[in-house]
Design a protein around this ligand. Structure first.
Ligand code: NAG
Ligand code: NAG
Ligand code: NAG
Ligand code: NAG
Ligand code: NAG
Ligand code: NAG
Length: 553
């Protein structure tokens, strides 16, 4: 018996090795027609971005290691790019879809993204990254299912729902852009949308979700909004947290969850209540005026409207910080790969570099800008990745224009420039986000997931490392920083490419609160980074430069 098992096991290992070498992972093809349309999500007609006529866009439902091919037809009147928030694009920052990695797709043309959701599993989303396009919609869910061979630590739910929540403005993205370009802020949003709709909790909305009594469902909440953290809750139901931006968590139960900008949480909900309708409630957090929307869940055997009494949102950010501290990685659950980022035991790895980044707001020539360590990012016509690849970096940006420490003198004086930090391939780095401002920040790192080892009020100092969670912090891609607080993350820079670190607040990102980290493999090998795709449009100063000799091995 034991021998038979061993033989079987060896056969399976051999087979999977052969498949990795010879068999290609499955392909999923998408064709997207991106247009403007007119919809009234808040009751007032406005311009929105549609993908194949839909708002929000279609979900990408795939499995670990699938090849995703998205042919995007830009039928807007402006250049366009999509980014795949949380998809790590291993060796492949060419597909990142940001103005620092790609030339935008000109209006009236198409471009085909091709990437693999390598070794990932979980809940993510995509959105248009160009100018202020996210304010017009164009976002959708990305769900990476586990491959058959890898079990997830819970039973298959009856159904699986992406719930994209976010604040929303009635003004068009171009009107909002005019505001920012003229030096002002976006001001207050007009409402909150749940999958593109704003229910009023008055029993009049069509149900968006259906549950059979006794069955368990997975809801994947992502905050695709522009400015505010959102609290989500479900009337009368407990949410069991199972996954968070690609990591399986210890399955704690919550009455409500704070979803900060750019974050995704997936929960299991069992239809174990009296058969009638219930509301999902989404409301803004840390705002003077609380904006709220509902979406209706219908029990298939239900007879009766949802109660008009909506559960209250928590108040203050101390609650939110405590909730953050309750999230734990399930160390025994299997993952899409056994050793994410090569740093399962991240607490035992020596830190090779500490980068401290402080956000700030200030005026430059009478206009509002946001900065990191005193420099406010400006987009260059030539994407920084292309400039570097074509050997023309010195014509576009200066490496390390900011240091690893914020300027000693706190001042709101700012420089405007592209920011590209040089980093060493495979270094294990600690990044400290310092937030001296009064608003909550949300930071997203592309290309990696990281361990958020601590968030605390006050200022960071090396002694704070004693309080880090060096055991079971949940590996993820987006982290909030509370007012006058800091957050510390750790990651191994083992993914070669040009990676964006950005504020997920759209006005902050647009007005300068972002940077790139250049991680180059000294080996110049295809094992570490792919070549620029043949179909990549070229622009700026690299348009007429000879394409560098591609890596061959
Ligand atoms: C895209 O949608 C627009 C508007 O519906 C339509 O006019 C156009 O033919 C579509 N293009 C393609 C390639 O389907
Ligand atoms: C998503 O993909 C999974 C796995 O292939 C499949 O079981 C499920 O039915 C799909 N869901 C939708 C909504 O297409
Ligand atoms: C544009 O779409 C056509 C198919 O309609 C495809 O053959 C071509 O490769 C696409 N172009 C790019 C740059 O992806
Ligand atoms: C962690 O995952 C394992 C393996 O699937 C499961 O048996 C266990 O219940 C999970 N632990 C917690 C605390 O959620
Ligand atoms: C980490 O640093 C300590 C102290 O400098 C050293 O003793 C230890 O060997 C290092 N560990 C590794 C894994 O490099
Ligand atoms: C940054 O990296 C590039 C490419 O490896 C190198 O040419 C340059 O000297 C580095 N600059 C700094 C300031 O380290």
């Amino acid at each position: 018996m034991g021998t038979l098992k061993l033989i079987l096991f060896s056969l399976i290992s051999l087979l999977s090795t052969l498949m990795m070498v010879h068999g290609e992972d499955p392909y999923l093809f998408f064709t997207w027609n991106v247009t403007y349309g007119t919809l009234s999500p808040l009751g007032v007609p406005q311009q929105v971005m549609l993908i194949n006529g839909g708002f929000p866009g279609p979900a990408i439902n795939c499995s670990s290691n699938n090849n995703i091919v998205v042919n995007v037809f830009n039928n807007l009147d402006e250049p366009l790019l999509f980014t795949w928030n949380g998809i790590q694009q291993r060796k492949n920052s060419w597909q990142e879809g940001l103005l620092g990695t790609n030339c935008p797709i000109p209006p009236g043309t198409n471009y085909t993204y091709h990437f693999q959701v390598k070794d990932q599993i979980g809940s993510y989303f995509y959105y248009p990254s160009t100018i202020l396009h996210r304010a017009a919609g164009g976002f959708g869910g990305i769900r990476v299912n586990s491959r058959l061979l890898i079990p997830v630590p819970f039973l298959d739910p009856e159904d699986d729902y992406h719930v994209l929540v976010g604040d929303w403005y009635i003004k068009s993205h171009s009107a909002l852009r005019t505001l920012l370009d003229s030096g002002r802020t976006l001001a207050k949003p007009d409402g909150v949308l749940i999958n593109g709709k704003a229910g009023k909790g008055n029993g009049k909305d069509e149900p968006q979700f259906t549950m059979q009594p006794g069955k368990t469902y997975r809801y994947r909440f992502c905050n695709v909004g522009l400015k505010n953290s959102i609290n989500v809750r479900i009337q009368g139901h407990i949410m069991k947290l199972v996954e968070l931006e690609g990591s399986h968590t210890v399955q704690n139960e919550y009455e409500s969850l704070d979803v900060h900008l750019g974050q995704c949480y997936s929960v299991l909900v069992t239809a174990d209540q009296e058969p009638k309708d219930y509301y999902i409630v989404a409301s803004t957090r840390f705002t003077k005026t609380v904006l709220t929307s509902t979406a209706t869940i219908h029990y298939t055997n239900g007879n009766g409207p949802a109660s008009p009494e909506l559960p209250e949102a928590p108040v203050g950010w101390a609650w939110s910080l405590n909730q953050f501290r309750s999230f734990r990685w399930n160390l025994t659950a299997s993952a899409a790969r056994p050793n994410p980022q090569g740093s399962y035991h991240y607490g035992k790895i020596n830190i090779t570099r500490t980068i401290k980044l402080a956000n700030s707001a200030g005026m430059v020539d009478g206009k509002l800008r946001y900065a990191i360590n005193g420099v406010s990012y400006v987009e260059s016509v030539t994407p920084v990745k292309l400039a570097e690849y074509f050997g023309a970096a010195d014509k576009v940006f200066k490496y390390n224009i900011i240091g690893d420490e914020p300027p000693a003198e706190a001042s709101d004086k700012m420089t405007l420039a592209p920011i590209v930090l040089n980093a060493t391939f495979r270094n294990f780095v600690e990044i400290i986000f310092e937030n001296p401002e009064k608003s909550v920040q949300s930071w997203h790192l592309a290309g990696y997931s990281f361990f958020p080892v601590g968030i605390e009020p006050g200022t960071w100092s090396p002694e704070k490392r004693k309080n880090y969670n060096l055991l079971d912090a949940v590996s993820r891609n987006t982290i909030q920083v509370y007012p006058k607080s800091w957050a510390a993350i750790m990651t191994t820079l083992d993914n070669a490419g040009m990676w964006n670190l950005r504020s997920m607040s759209l006005e902050r990102q647009y007005l300068g609160q972002q940077l790139y980290i250049s991680v180059l493999s000294p080996a110049h090998s295809l094992r570490d980074e792919y070549n620029i795709p043949d179909n990549a449009p070229l622009c700026g100063i690299v348009k007429d430069l000879p394409v560098p000799t591609p890596y061959s091995v």
